[in-house]
Write a protein that binds this ligand. Structure first.
Ligand SMILES: Cc1ncc(COP(=O)(O)O)c(C=O)c1O
Length: 464
């Protein structure tokens, strides 16, 4: 059944206008029922044209966005807590990025370039190598994060095969997300067991994610060894493992890994010539208060996958790493038409300038503290619902329990998401028992506080 038949699925919304509180503040304005009646025909058109799988976000037609606010054409305005799926780190339509893109297009730069070199591409690669850890001396450009992950998977296996013919097994953590393409999807959490995968990649393994409920005195080396033991029993020992992929913070709920665990992984990887690949697609570019979030764990990353906040706008992704790994593929072995489109490169260079000029790394830390303070108050107000607040910088997750069952609840997360939108705070549906609070890093301090208070009002409205 199509989701627009007013039949609510566990992860969808109803296309019928609902009453909203009338809100008018400096940052928020809600002046119509939602979904706004005038947008319903278009939402219905969308539902008839787009596959159901694409129709699961709150039914709001984004008309324009500027800085940290989003507007629809009916006159409603939201504080953006999504950064468009954690992408718009420097804010919507930053004037510097707008200008750089326009200038590049107007100067004859609106051309695809395939694998030809260009000044702007070289300049961006140099810039990335400069901000990346020292040992990263090459940049393998792609268009989206999932492709960067696929590329790192291939490189990691090539590197393993240089050591021995059986070193191609790859580990990731349960509940990680690494993208949707064939390899990336199989590395993502439990998706490898989905029936559509006729012949799942039997050399991708998911090991337990070290939960926050592990005791403070956990011996992380022992924890790791215990999790590797079932694989070893199947004959998959370290000499057959080429890489561990790590979602640097699990995106669904902004969950970091314990530093001791990552250090134990690093020590084990060093001892066994295994690569640690950090998926920084969501966590990179100042989002968590560091340029790259693996720096929170104070370990070396052998490969870094980046995307999203690299441009804050246009599609661009990359793998950063040392030449001896990135050069493992011979020329022309893998090419793609749109990678490092020059207009995306222009956006990325301007975006990197903004991150530097506006001190967005330290701003992310400072504003993250403001967000954390407000979110802790929210947790005190709703202790039965807010089971945890996680994250660093402006990548925060609220973990949500159903107060009746005490169990984590995707349904309540969805209902709260919609209620928040009706209260003037844009959230995106994570499809998990969580709400993500990840506004653009340029958000005003008082808009963070106002937005979190509005989340509280929204929850109070659905619990009453
Ligand atoms: C951690 C992580 N890795 C990979 C991806 C895939 O990136 P893309 O959606 O650009 O393919 C995402 C996207 O949300 C992500 O959050």
């Amino acid at each position: 059944m199509a989701h627009n038949d007013n039949q609510i699925l566990s992860n969808t919304f109803v296309l019928a206008p609902e009453e909203t509180p009338n809100i008018k503040t400096r940052y928020r304005r809600i002046c119509t029922p939602l979904p706004s009646p005038e947008t319903i025909p278009d939402l219905q058109r969308a539902a008839s044209l787009f596959p159901d799988v694409n129709c699961y976000q709150p039914p709001i037609i984004w008309d324009s966005a500027e800085g940290f606010t989003i507007k629809d054409r009916a006159g409603n305005q939201w504080i953006d807590f999504t950064s468009t799926a954690v992408m718009t780190n420097t804010g919507h339509g930053h004037p510097a990025i707008r200008e750089a893109v326009t200038k590049h297009v107007d100067s004859g730069g609106l051309m695809g370039q395939f694998s030809f070199a260009s000044d702007i591409r070289i300049e961006l690669a140099e810039r990335l190598v400069n901000i990346a850890p020292d040992y990263c001396d090459k940049v393998y450009f792609w268009t989206v994060g999932s492709e960067a992950i696929e590329c790192a998977l291939r490189l990691a296996r090539e590197a393993g095969l240089c050591q021995n013919a059986k070193k191609y097994h790859v580990l990731t953590h349960q509940a990680d997300y690494h993208g949707w393409t064939l390899g990336a999807h199989q590395m993502s959490g439990t998706s490898a067991s989905k029936p559509w995968l006729a012949t799942p990649d039997s050399a991708i393994h998911h090991i337990p994610f070290p939960g926050s409920d592990e005791p403070g005195n956990t011996d992380w080396s022992e924890f790791l060894q215990n999790n590797l033991a079932p694989l070893a029993e199947q004959g998959i020992t370290a000499e057959k493992i080429c890489a561990v992929f790590i979602e640097t913070m699990q995106g669904w709920g902004a969950v970091p890994l314990p530093t001791g665990y990552v250090k134990a992984l690093r020590a084990w990887a060093d001892a066994n010539n295994v690569l640690l690949v950090f998926d920084e697609v969501q966590t990179g570019f100042a989002r968590t208060g560091k340029m790259f979030a693996h720096a929170h764990y104070d370990v070396r990353a052998d490969l870094l996958c980046i995307g999203k906040g690299l441009t804050s706008t246009l599609p661009l992704a990359a793998v950063l790493g040392p030449a001896d790994i990135l050069d493992l593929l011979p020329p022309a072995e893998i090419t793609t038409t749109h990678a490092a489109h020059p207009v995306s490169c222009a956006a990325a260079l301007a975006n990197l300038d903004v991150i530097e000029d506006e001190n967005l790394i330290s701003e992310s830390v400072r504003k993250g503290d403001i967000a954390e303070g407000s979110l802790r108050k929210l947790q005190e107000r709703f202790p039965d619902v807010v089971s945890d607040i996680a994250g660093f910088g402006l990548l925060r997750g609220i973990h949500i329990c159903d107060p009746k069952s005490g169990k984590l609840s995707r349904e309540l997360a969805r209902d709260w998401t919609w209620a928040a939108v009706k209260h003037g705070v844009m959230l995106f549906q994570v499809n998990r028992p969580s709400i993500k609070v990840c506004p653009p890093l340029i958000i005003d301090d008082d808009a963070i506080v106002e937005g979190v208070e509005a989340l509280g009002d929204a929850l109070a409205a659905i619990l009453s």
